[in-house]
Design a protein around this ligand. Structure first.
Ligand SMILES: Nc1ncnc2c1ncn2[C@@H]1O[C@H](COP(=O)(O)OP(=O)(O)OP(=O)(O)O)[C@@H](O)[C@H]1O
Length: 254
């Protein structure tokens, strides 16, 4: 059913000057799934996330999110669509001069008229949802550990109660135990809030712990989409190395 497709990408082409990143790329993301997006470094995972969220113009093709093509919308309509998703960027992208609470309040200030007192309370609630204690709220990003900064960035991505969450390498740079806790948090938030999650990662443990399906990017397009089991059977050298090499086998228990 078309309604179940929350993101529909057709024949996408993106480029920086003469450097083509994606060409003839098709991908459907289903409502309520966690889809992992993997592929070799530089294959265009982050650029794809940026194209979907309107941060990178594309040269050809179409991207529909919630049935809308962003480039056809006026500013107000576009802002309405943007409110329905949250993005956690690779480096967290927190404002270093704002406290954690103020960071989480930024999208609320931008998109809503919520009164300050209620906004503070809502921000603190998101901070707790992301697994931080209340005393993190008045701290500045530089006072937090890497794992806590990721949680603060997640709290900000959840700021406007999104239906759709984009996570760019959420566990990169975390120790394995912190990463495992973060994976569990993403899974439980997805279930509790009915989120659809677009998750860029290199982490095979994260894929195993969180994802319903995985899209493999390579050679400028989507090479394959499926469950880990389906991809393990996919005959492509990079996919085989990824899932059936020592790290892939250890993570999937094969
Ligand atoms: N602002 C930019 N200007 C020029 N080229 C860019 C820009 N951003 C990305 N690229 C190029 O686009 C390609 C895809 O980059 P992208 O960051 O999407 O890769 P990735 O798959 O996310 O890589 P990684 O796994 O290493 O994070 C790379 O060749 C990169 O050099």
């Amino acid at each position: 059913m078309t309604d179940d497709i929350i993101i529909r990408i057709r024949d996408l082409k993106t480029a920086y000057g003469t450097h083509v990143v994606h060409e003839h790329l098709d991908l459907d993301i289903r409502r309520g799934e966690i889809i992992g997006v993997i592929g070799p470094s530089g294959c265009g995972k982050s650029v794809l996330l940026r194209a979907i969220t309107g941060l990178k113009e594309f040269a050809e093709g179409s991207i529909e999110v919630f049935g809308e093509r962003l480039e056809t919308l006026d500013e107000a309509e576009r802002a309405d669509v943007e409110q329905r998703w949250g993005v956690m960027f690779q480096d967290g992208a927190l404002f270093s001069n704002l406290t954690v609470r103020e960071n989480v309040e930024v999208p609320m200030k931008e998109h809503t008229q919520i009164a300050p007192e209620l906004r503070h309370q809502l921000a603190d609630m998101k901070i707790r949802m992301a697994g931080l204690s209340a005393d993190a709220s008045p701290k500045f990003p530089s006072d937090l550990s890497g794992g806590m900064r990721k949680r603060a960035a997640l709290a900000r991505a959840l700021s406007l109660d999104p239906e759709l969450l984009f996570l760019d390498e959420p566990t990169a740079g975390l120790d394995p135990i912190t990463a495992e806790k973060f994976d569990a948090l993403i899974r439980s938030l997805q279930k509790a809030l009915g989120l659809t999650v677009f998750l860029v990662t290199h982490d095979v443990d994260t894929l195993h712990a969180t994802c319903d399906r995985i899209a493999v990017l390579g050679e400028k397009h989507v090479l394959a989409v499926g469950t880990i089991e389906e991809l393990r059977a996919f005959d492509h050298p990079w996919v085989q190395e990824y899932f059936c090499g020592p790290r892939g086998r250890a993570a999937t228990g094969h």
